[in-house]
Design a protein around this ligand. Structure first.
Ligand SMILES: N[C@@H](Cc1ccc(O)cc1)C(=O)O
Length: 511
């Protein structure tokens, strides 16, 4: 479906997180950079070389080996050495969406025209996306500060027809995948291996996807909070907009207003069981709001990174300048992802606590044990959501365990040339894993609130009537595929279906 939508233009103006998410989902790209400007950059670099200028990584060895001169007749061979000796990545292979996000991030940066690469290289990268030839990129092996050298070497390898690529659902030697897709391998020009690899595209691509997912989870958790309040006979007034104007963090205020409006159903149905609810209910906007507000600065920093020249060396052909420096340093992405994973894990914890209230007869205000719908003699046999709640505790613990900041683990490497590094790629991978776990907790809570509200209906308590029409129709949509849980049954399929629905952002929430 996404492949049939108009392509996203790269190189014309700033790309957004949403653009990257769209490309990740299969949307094509078109190169909207100025061809003359790109050609001018490549020509400027070629001119420097022709005049015998020393350019790092072009006439010298790489990294700490920048003091080693490469003889002019060997210079053309240098890029392939770079791509090949970095072919040492390990770990899981990035999935197709992640790979597409990485490609989009690298292409967008190179299309700015400060890396001195040819149009042909940009076109070859765009063709990988548009024809669906996806490098098989191992997730591990980047310190995130010399660019994502090792992961991105797999992008370069596919372009030159080496290593493996995914094409048409099959893993093929890259040369074969290119051929089947009607593409030819390219020969890298002197700076082009470095330009492809010496940047933050792996962490940035992954971070864009994580942030896009987190934005949806923020809204999903808000809606589930409103449903949990209805099910637990909680207080709508905890979320009163006037009250939140007194402490107006924008993300908190937004979450509170949303939950308040969701609970604006039929008048007279409000029936709070306690004067004040427990913190996982009463302070839900305060927890969700931390993520909501973090998303604003995370977006700012990620989009700046995404639309930056994060390579070394860089050129400004129009001004006739060559710069050597450290723009491959992914510190902003690292800090953003360390922050995101903390805020998302805290959200998982919030949802886990709400679930704990719902299943426990000491706190659920008259709902049955473990929300089992079995009645009479059969109630003794059935255990409802007991195991689901245990699972949610495990997923929450695992998410919380992953919040250790990757940023704090900088270590000197590569003969102390890279003696301070960001670890941003690790942080971005952590963030994605924390999101996966948090989505599992959200799926469990979703199942629980649907079950609880159905039981309330059977009890003759007008809990769902407390919901405003939009929240009510969300509840109906959510429940349409969920069984009523009276007799015990395996729920893994139901939960993974819910996780997929969350990841696909199935419901439109607070447009
Ligand atoms: N990122 C390094 C380049 C580098 C490339 C390859 C390496 O193996 C190591 C370092 C720089 O620009 O200084």
């Amino acid at each position: 479906m996404h492949a049939s939508l108009p392509p996203i233009a790269l190189g014309a103006g700033p790309l957004t997180l949403e653009d990257v998410a769209e490309v990740a989902r299969g949307r094509g790209v078109t190169l909207a950079a100025d061809p003359a400007r790109i050609a001018g950059g490549a020509a400027f670099l070629a001119g420097l070389l022709a005049r015998g200028h020393e350019v790092y990584g072009v006439t010298t060895g790489y990294g700490d080996s920048c003091t080693v001169q490469v003889a002019p007749d060997l210079v053309p061979e240098l890029p392939l050495h770079l791509t090949r000796y970095h072919g040492c990545g390990l770990g899981r292979i990035l999935d197709p969406a992640e790979t597409r996000a990485v490609l989009a991030a690298r292409l967008n940066s190179l299309a700015l025209g400060f890396s001195g690469v040819r149009w042909e290289l940009l076109a070859a990268l765009a063709a990988l996306l548009n024809r669906g030839v996806l490098p098989r990129i191992p997730a591990e092996g980047s310190v995130g500060a010399s660019g994502d050298l090792t992961p991105l070497s797999y992008v370069a390898a596919t372009l030159v027809g080496e290593r493996d690529a995914l094409y048409d659902g099959r893993v093929l030697p890259a040369a074969e995948a290119l051929r089947e897709a009607g593409l030819a391998p390219i020969t890298l020009f002197p700076k082009e291996g470095l330009a492809l690899m010496n940047g933050t595209a792996a962490m940035t691509g992954l971070a864009c996807l994580a942030t896009h997912r987190a934005g949806y989870l923020e809204r999903f958790a808000t809606r589930l909070t409103a449903l949990a309040v209805a099910a637990l006979r909680g207080n709508r007034d905890h979320f009163h907009p006037r009250f939140f104007q007194l402490k107006p963090h924008p993300g908190t205020l937004r979450a509170a207003v949303r939950a308040y409006e969701d609970l604006g159903g039929a008048p007279g149905t409000e029936d709070p069981a306690r004067l004040q609810d427990r913190y996982s209910v009463r302070c839900a906007p305060h927890v969700i709001g931390v993520l909501g507000d973090a998303l604003a600065w995370i977006r700012r920093d990620l989009e700046t990174e995404l639309n930056s020249a994060n390579d070394n060396p860089l050129i400004d052909a129009e001004a006739g300048l060559l710069f050597h420096g450290g723009h491959f340093y992914g510190g902003h992405v690292a800090f953003a992802m360390d922050g995101l994973k903390n805020a998302v894990a805290s959200l998982a914890d919030l949802m886990d606590r709400q679930l704990a209230l719902l299943v426990d007869v000491r706190y659920n205000q008259g709902l049955p044990m473990n929300l089992s719908g079995a009645e009479g003699r059969r109630a003794a046999l059935n255990h409802g959501l007991k195991a689901v709640q245990i699972g949610a505790s495990a997923w929450t613990a695992e998410a919380l365990k992953l919040t250790m900041p990757a940023t704090a683990f900088s270590r000197s490497t590569e003969c102390h040339n890279q003696d301070k590094v960001s670890m941003g790629t690790i942080a971005a991978r952590d963030a994605l894993r924390v999101l996966e776990l948090a989505e599992q907790v959200a799926a469990s809570l979703a199942l629980a609130v649907v079950q609880a509200l159905r039981i309330r209906e059977r009890q003759g308590i007008a809990a769902a009537e407390r919901l405003a029409p939009e929240a009510r129709s969300f509840l109906e949509g959510l429940g349409s595929d969920l069984p009523f849980l009276d007799e015990d049954r395996p729920l893994d399929g139901v939960l993974s279906g819910l996780c997929d629905a969350v990841r696909e952002q199935t419901w439109s929430l607070y447009p």
